[in-house]
Ligand binder design. Structure first.
Ligand code: SF4
Ligand code: SF4
Length: 283
């Protein structure tokens, strides 16, 4: 049986070879049973997360894990575009998506609703359907509904790939920051999550001020806000591009714009993630 993967250079489907499928299958089998459990165990150890030497060790471990899943942080709109893009690609028509339980929650037994929010696609959909972990085939519409639900809860959408290659892109995670192992690793080490193709722009004049509002500070887990004379502006160097602060901003002071130094276009082209925004930028 052949399995469909993504070809980022040609932006179309390609057949996944036996070796690729086998390696990813083994990883997926071990991920909830060992890898995520072990990561959670390490992240619970104060001597690793609160001491200088512990943090250095965690950084080395995170860097050594470069072949494990890394995620591009994307907005809800970009995640929906990925779903539409995959859905309309020409190729085998046996379904593109499987929806199942969040693997971090399965591994750690830290429960946050909704449990069913892991979106596997293409060949990874075949892998997870075979692993009997509770995955079900889902339509593009069902997947987008889950994305919107998670977005409203403040979960971060991350487009995941193994081996740092667009040929291994396989999943959209909806990361609950207190549970998600890769997000917690990122918060500690700065590794395993990448800035997406959008960045937040803030208009200080429209900001209602921290006394009246301050919602962006609560919403942004990346600490990408700073006070300027009682108002809040974005720390551009820290913004990961999740877009979560935009609908929260009661002063309508925020919008997402194209990130000029988006560094992952060779893995997932900005055109797929941003649609018209890229065209407008080019024009
Ligand atoms: S500033 Fe806004 S868009 Fe940027 S990381 Fe924080 S919440 Fe996300
Ligand atoms: S959410 Fe908007 S209005 Fe509220 S403090 Fe932040 S930037 Fe200002």
């Amino acid at each position: 049986m052949s399995h469909a993967g993504f070809n980022p250079e040609k932006q179309k489907l390609r057949d996944i070879g036996f070796f690729h499928y086998l390696v990813h299958w083994l990883y997926s089998y071990l991920e909830p049973k060992i890898i995520l459990k072990l990561t959670d165990y390490l992240l619970e150890k104060k001597w690793l997360t609160n001491t200088r030497w512990g943090k250095k060790l965690m950084l080395q471990i995170a860097r050594a894990s470069k072949d494990l899943p890394h995620g591009i942080v994307i907005t809800l709109e970009a995640a929906e575009r990925v779903v539409d893009f995959l859905d309309q690609l020409e190729g085998p028509d046996d379904g593109r998506f499987a929806l199942g339980p969040c693997l971090c929650q399965l591994a750690t037994c830290k429960w946050e609703e909704p449990l069913i929010k892991d979106i596997q696609f293409l060949y990874a959909k075949d892998i997870f359907m075979s692993l009997k972990l509770g995955y079900k085939m889902a339509s593009a519409g069902e997947v987008k509904e889950i994305l919107r639900k998670c977005n409203a809860l403040g979960y971060i959408h991350a487009l995941e790939m193994c081996r740092q290659s667009g040929r291994w892109v396989f999943c959209i995670c909806n990361c609950e920051p207190r549970v998600c192992a890769p997000t917690r690793v990122f918060m500690l080490t700065g590794e395993m999550m990448w800035k997406g193709p959008e960045i937040c722009q803030s208009d200080l004049k429209k900001c209602m001020g921290v006394e009246k509002c301050g919602k962006c500070i609560e919403r942004c887990i990346f600490d990408a806000n700073r006070k300027v004379n009682g108002r809040i502006e974005v720390k551009l160097e820290k913004c990961m591009g999740c877009g979560l602060c935009v609908p929260t901003c009661i002063g309508r002071a925020r919008k997402m714009v194209f990130r000029h130094d988006y560094a992952h276009g060779h893995q997932v082209p900005a055109g797929i993630l941003l649609g018209e925004m890229v065209k407008n930028h080019a024009g």
